[in-house]
Design a binder for this molecule. Structure first.
Ligand code: NAD
Length: 253
């Protein structure tokens, strides 16, 4: 069997696909041939238009607020009702709250942990239950962070959630690899999205960050697409439990 990055005939679920990295991942997977269920609480019109313009996979929007686990089973059911299958889950939706650790509130702790970690676990569980019931293989791709490896400052719940997500990726890989489900993560470096707008607007932080990136520029969202296609495709069938940095060399520094 040769190596294939083709996702034709597959269906991917991408959370938080209306903007930023989720949008770029959805467009990249569709470009490789997959049909995409776009999951989130905001309008997916821009992403739907980009996928339609690429002329490959189809897309379908599923409204869901992932701040609780209430919608997780419905997300899988609606995907299967739409396309007849669900092969790939990209847990991309995430939030960040910034404050000094001494001032950080319980509300900001819980909000970030709920979206970035709790819902990711229970949506992955619902997806794996579906695959196991159907005796089918699948791929889960979690969107981690450099804060899965490093401490950072002023983002305690974000760092806890993304470090936890790296551990969860490894645990789920250990439990589900034998069932034909690959669980891996991508750790994006500093990308130009809403998530990093505050940093890019702070001249000092912007210069410090840029000065440490060997590639010399902030990541553009579509620079993440190749890693997502790799981890979603047959080419990565023997890859389990990794956290793949796509960071312009930041961690190598
Ligand atoms: P973004 O803020 O542009 O996108 C976040 C997405 O999550 C949006 O689509 C938003 O609607 C969705 N979302 C948030 N809360 C939700 C909820 N309750 N229900 C449904 N959807 C919800 O930021 P982004 O940079 O594109 O972030 C995407 C992922 O990448 C996040 O998990 C983030 O932590 C991670 N990440 C980003 C960077 C970066 O440099 N931008 C670096 C590392 C990791």
């Amino acid at each position: 069997m040769g190596i294939s990055f083709d996702l034709g005939g597959k269906t991917a679920i991408v959370t938080g696909a209306n903007t930023g990295l989720g949008q770029a991942i959805a467009v990249a997977l569709a470009g490789a041939g997959a049909d995409i269920a776009l999951v989130g609480r905001s309008s997916m019109a821009e992403t739907e238009a980009a996928i339609a313009a690429a002329g490959k996979g189809r897309s379908h929007t599923i409204k869901a607020d992932l701040s609780t686990i209430e919608p997780v089973k419905d997300v899988i059911d609606q995907t299967v009702t739409w396309s007849g299958r669900a092969d790939i889950l990209v847990n991309n939706a995430g939030i960040i709250k910034r404050a000094d650790a001494v001032d950080f509130t319980e509300a900001d702790w819980d909000a970030v942990m709920d979206v970035n970690l709790k819902t990711v676990f229970f949506l992955s569980q619902a997806f794996a239950r579906h695959l196991i019931a159907e005796d089918k293989p699948g791929k889960i791709i979690n969107i981690a962070s450099l804060l899965s490896f490093q401490g950072g400052i002023r983002i305690p719940s974000y760092t806890a959630s993304k470090s936890g997500l790296a551990g969860l990726t490894r645990l789920l890989a250990c439990e589900w690899a034998g069932k034909g489900i690959n669980v891996n993560a991508i750790a994006p470096g500093y990308f130009e999205t809403n998530n990093t707008e505050a940093l890019r607007n702070d001249a000092d932080r912007n210069a410090t960050i840029l000065g440490r990136i060997p590639a010399g520029h902030w990541g553009k969202p579509d620079e993440l697409g190749g890693a997502a296609v790799f981890l979603a495709s047959q080419a990565s069938d023997y890859v389990h439990g990794i956290v793949l940095p796509v960071d312009g060399g930041w961690l190598a520094r």
